[in-house]
Each structure stands twice: as C-alpha cells, then as structure tokens.
Design a protein around this ligand. Sequence first.
Ligand code: CAO
Length: 287
Amino acid sequence: GVDLSRVEGTGPKGRILADDVKAHVKRLLSAGPAAPVGGASMPSVPDVDFAAFGPIERRPLSRIQKIAGPRLHASWVNVPHVTQFDESDITEMEAARRRLKDEAEGRGIKLTPLAFVMRACVQALQAFPHFCSSLDPKSGELVLKKYLHLGFAADTPGGLVVPVLRDADRKDVYELARELASLSEKARAGKLTAEQMQGGCFTISSLGGIGGTAFTPIIIAPVVAILGVSRAVQRPVYQNDVLVPRLMLPLSLSYDHRVIDGADAVRFTSFLGQALADVQGLLRAIP
Ligand code: CAO
C-alpha cells in the first residue's frame, strides 16, 4: 500500500530498500491521522486540554468502537454521500402485522416492522440491482452481486455492529423476522462470528423502535447504499380530498453518488413505499 514514488531510497544509486519503506511508514504513522485525501491533507481537530475548564473523566473506547470508528471514517471521507428522504404509508402493513403477531408469537417469532421493511427492500433491490453493487476503483467497474445478503445495524452494549442476514431473497417475512431476532440476540451477547458480519450487499439501520423523524446514515463502504428507518407516526393525510389518519413511516436512504443518481434514488424509495403499502405482496410465500 506504500506509494514508492514518495519513499526516499538509501540503497545503491538511490534504490529503495525494505528498511526505507519501513522508515517511511513509521514516519507516516507518527505524523498522526492527517493522511492525504484526494491530494489535500485533512485538517486536524484542535487538541484541547478539557481539564482546564472543569473536572473530566477518561473512558477507553470499546473494542467494537475501535473497529467500527475507522471503518465509518473511511466511508465518510471516501464516499460522496447524498441522503434521500421519503415516507411510506404503512397503515395496512401495520394492521396486518398486528393481526398476525400473536399467531407468529405462538411459533416463537417476533414479527416486528423491520421484517416487513426487509422484505420490501429485497423487492426493491431485485428491481434496482445496481443498489446491490460495489465499485471497483482499480478497474473502474461496477461489481453486481447475484446474491442478496442484507446487513442491519444493531445497537449493542459494546456499540454498533452490523450482522448480515444471508440470502434474504429466499426468505419470507416470518423467516426474516426469526433470523433478525436470532442475529440481534447474538449481536447483543457479543456472540456473532466474523462470517455473520460479512458479505452484506445493502444495509438497513432501523431506529424506529427508539424514535426520531429522519437521519443521515453513513454508508458502510464498499456497499453503495443504506436505508435509515425512523419511527412511524400517525398523522392526517389527504386522500381524495379528505383528511384521513394514516400511519407514515419515514425513510432516509443514503447512497454513493458515484454509483447511484438522485433520480434512481427517489425511484428506489418510491418503489419501497409502494412495496410497503402492498401487504399481499409482502406476505406472499417465497417459492
Ligand atoms: N416505527 C414504529 N415502531 C417501531 C418501528 C418503527 N419504524 N420499528 C420498530 N418498532 C417497534 C416494534 O414494533 C416494537 O414494538 P412492539 O414490541 O410493540 O411490537 C418495538 O419498536 C421494538 O422493536 P425492536 O427494536 O426490538 O425490533 P426491531 O426488529 O425493529 O429492531 C434491531 C431490531 C436490532 C434493528 C434494533 O433492536 C436495534 O438495535 N436498533 C438500533 C439500530 C441502530 O443503532 N442504528 C443506528 C446505526 S448508526 O449509529
């Protein structure tokens, strides 16, 4: 990963020796995180002595925070993000979910709204396959994945982790709900294997169980999009010139603008909105 044109060689005729490379890397590391981005240096945040202003406490970052932080930072600085906001009428979906919840519970399944959102995402990703791709910057190609594994952000005592639900396209709402619960439980217990956190093609971050109206999720590169879901609220909506109470689910889709255009992003969220409104489609058995 070292750019040899920047290394000074101390060997015969200025040849670069292994030690020169090591010394160069050491110098870069000791210079701190001001790594060049697109040719320009990142401005650094001032180093403040907070104790000069009052009492403080120092707490180490968790192991997960130490791993997730640099990954999120890399996505933030490398990927041109845009967030598209939208909303979906989930009145019928929620009515169906409540109808089916107890029966599902009898089978040991907690049917949460996220399982339905996942099913709708699968349909949207099948309709818009380039949302399930990654950019290969070396070849300038788009790598389109023919599998559909969904990552979802899980809030755990140790910090944020992203378990991956594999082959989501081959699973119905019940199976998605079952796996969602089992992966979330493993995540909270810190028992996910490395394999269970790899291979995601698209990410969902649901804060709907907690609250919020909208947010701008960070893409977890090299995937090219992440769907943020906030809390569904009932509010008056005009239907045929009449105000009716509808349950509206806020969606926040962050996408990599190098791969996805704004028009496609809003087509994607519109599709998602329609998929979430079509209860029969969501509940259809998977062949
Ligand atoms: N609107 C309204 N209510 C919602 C909702 C929504 N969008 N989504 C979930 N709920 C409700 C559920 O119906 C459930 O209520 P009931 O028990 O009455 O049915 C309750 O909120 C709790 O749901 P849950 O959060 O336990 O389950 P889930 O399947 O929706 O989510 C998981 C699972 C793992 C995604 C979630 O627990 C979690 O960790 N969320 C946080 C993700 C996160 O941190 N994202 C940010 C990443 S960037 O820092």
